[in-house]
Design a protein around this ligand. Sequence first.
Ligand SMILES: Nc1nc2c(ncn2[C@@H]2O[C@@H]3COP(=O)(O)O[C@H]4[C@@H](O)[C@H](n5cnc6c(=O)[nH]c(N)nc65)O[C@@H]4COP(=O)(O)O[C@H]3[C@H]2O)c(=O)[nH]1
Length: 865
Amino acid sequence: MPMPEETTLPAGAHAMAPSTQLAALGRVMAMAEFAPDGTLTHANDNYLGLLGLTREQAVGSHHSRFCRKSFVDDEAYQAFWSRLLHGDACSGLAERVRQDDSSCWLEATYVPVIDAQGRVRQILKVATDVTERLRQEQDQQEHLLRLSLVADASHAAVIISDAASAIVYVNAGFSRLLGWRQDEAIGASPILLLAPHQEAAFIEAYRAELRAGRSIEREEIVIGKDGQRYWAKVISNPVMDAGGRWQYTVTMLTDITSSKLHQVLQHRALDAMAREQPLSEVLDIICQEVERIAPELTASILEVDEQGRLHPLASPSLPAHYTEALDGVEIGPRAGSCGTAAWRNEAVWVQDIAHDPLWDGYRDLVLSLGFTGCWSTPIRNSRGEVIGTFAFYLRQAASPSSAHFHQRLVDACTHLCTLALEREHSRQRIRELAFYDGLTGMPNRSLLYARADQEIATCSRLHKSMAVLFIDLDRFKQVNDSLGHPAGDELLRHVAAHLQQQLRGTDFAGRLSGDEFVILLPGCSADEAAGAVERIQHVLAGPVSIAGTTVSVSASIGIAMFPSDGRDIETLLHRADMAMYQAKSCGRNESRFFSSEMNQLAQERLRLENALREALQDNQLHLHYQPQIDLASGRLYGVEALARWTHPEFGVIPPVRFIPLAEECGLIGDLGRWVLREACRQLAAWRAAGLSVPAVSVNLSPTSFHNLDLPGMISDTLARNALDSADLTVELTESVLLDTHPSTMKTLTEVHARGVRLSMDDFGTGYSSLSYLRRLPVSELKLDRSFVADLEHDEAARALSGAILGIGKSLHLTVVAEGVETPTQNEMLREQGYPVAQGYLFSQPLPPDEFARWLGTAVEDGAPG
Ligand SMILES: Nc1nc2c(ncn2[C@@H]2O[C@@H]3COP(=O)(O)O[C@H]4[C@@H](O)[C@H](n5cnc6c(=O)[nH]c(N)nc65)O[C@@H]4COP(=O)(O)O[C@H]3[C@H]2O)c(=O)[nH]1
């Protein structure tokens, strides 16, 4: 509590007031009379009540009894009494002590009563209790103090202005945000100070709202003391007096520059992105918005490619010749602001282009445009890699205060640029995934079809032809199987690259699937197409080093012509595919134009394929059996089961036709299983009928050995027919060696392990690697019939058959000579030491009952054949 201040009233109360007035005063006020020595002589009830004393307790006490000791001991107390005794009235706020030692505050006036001789006779005191009022005032002051503490601590700028729009108060936040000290702001008009650009009409409308007692909330650009611009949220609240008149305005400004920058920039840029506007337009919008917000800046956005080169993306206010000159510039430690920023992966601010060494070699171009500074910031993707730069060019040095604002612009813009660039990259990636083949980077089937439709439409309009080339690599599967899939992929990439190098003008190449490629040659005649095919085959023919091995590549190519072979891409591709199939069946590295006969052949093939499927389902296939003769004893060594198919409509179809077909259309597994079951059943049936047939051989294609269940299936079949594993021989061809399917060797070994003999068919014609004979668990070789056919006339054939027998013997393998047709051949083989022979000389392959008859006859004769 402050010390009560005792002030002196002008002297003048020389006599008591009239009694009626005093009585009235006594009813509302505390009144007392003191003797000049300070003794209380009279006190009214109000006075006594105020001090909490009875009249007896109070009257006769000295004045000091009612005061705090600290006051009584103070010089001020003596001075107070001296003034009174000197005849001066005193009035002021006084603290007095109640009976219970609590304080009460009085607004008191002491008036000395002076007699005719000029002596002080008594001192009258009139007082009002102001304890409650003081408490309220103190509370209010504390409240105000707390309020101003809050206002000062706030980041917001608080302004209180009066009805004449003069600032009466600003908080510390105001000075912090806008730069003016309190004494500089007081008295100024808030709008003129902070928004001098506002028009008179705006100011009047603002004031009218406040005058009407309505609050205002707006987002405005305000300008600080040093010219720095901010976006502020401005809330003005009018304070009205009791009569409803506008007295004050409390205005609060919050800095929303960052969020507003994001909002303004984002609104337009994101809107453009949502509308699927091209990247360059989205980035142009960002630059234009920046230049609108900060006209002292010229913005530019560059892309950094994977090779570290710059490419202009957007710079709507820079001349084209300047941005074109930047295209392809390599980033580096001294490559202007942008090239250096991208190189360092950090912002580079060059304030003096004319002298900064980073601009050596580039400065003339930019100085001639009037720019003196350039601030460039890297744009990074979500992995932190630099994908572009965002730069401001300045014509004059920026003030330190605007640097803060510019930094905020950079932050907002680089964020948006990242978004736009990453979005563009993802769109490109999606386009690539949707339209390009991931392995080779070539257009995929979808893009190929779309492009073909366009080209067909163009060729049709211009009455031009177009060639569609269907390219299939020869023996790609073997590369894939023998060298592994990564090597196969490498080969495909190699071929794709070479094909693309062959394209000219509007030519278009795509990968259809696997090792199938398609090339469209719009406007190309058949002759020109033939030339292109020759060129392609020549380019592909060279040996390629893949996975450390040299591989010779070749391709079979089918050609279909628009419009003669088809008017839509599906038909053209289908026909080019047929032509390719024909080319392939003629050997490697061939090409064929589509012809209507091919179409017929293809149709027939399709019919045959369906018929074979049905034949297998409906048990229309049969087995014929050809005897194999032990040459030393003339006895039956075994029989070879050979599949036969007579179609009700197409007639007899030879195995050389339907076996490859079954292979191609995936029926070979079913066929093999059927042959195994049927041959074993027949062997058991013959034996049951008393015929002595030592063993049966069945042919299985390499694909059958992919099936790991094959050994189990063989054992089951043998068991079901009560046969031993030695009763069965499985013939396989040398092509099984080229089959690198992981199951093949395992299945072969397992079949062998179960005691089933393996026989190598057509030996001597295939891949001529003898080393495999050690690896494969074969027990028998079958000399190919081509050697036998030439035995009589060809010395070399004789030598070879002798050599093959020698190999067989040295490896302890039985060698069976196939295709023995004449007694001379038979004799020669016998002389060479061949143990077993098979051929028309002994018997054609026969149906089971005929074979039974043949065997009966042969047994009777004692020497079959
Ligand atoms: N010129 C001549 N030919 C003779 C002579 N002796 C036998 N042949 C024929 O030579 C072929 C021997 O069968 P392959 O070499 O395994 O050759 C078979 C075999 O690779 C395949 N094949 C036949 N049946 C099956 C089968 O059930 N499964 C599989 N995977 N292939 C089979 O079809 C090929 C041809 O079979 P076929 O037409 O039955 O032809 C048979 C047979 O009729 C002869 O003295 N002179």
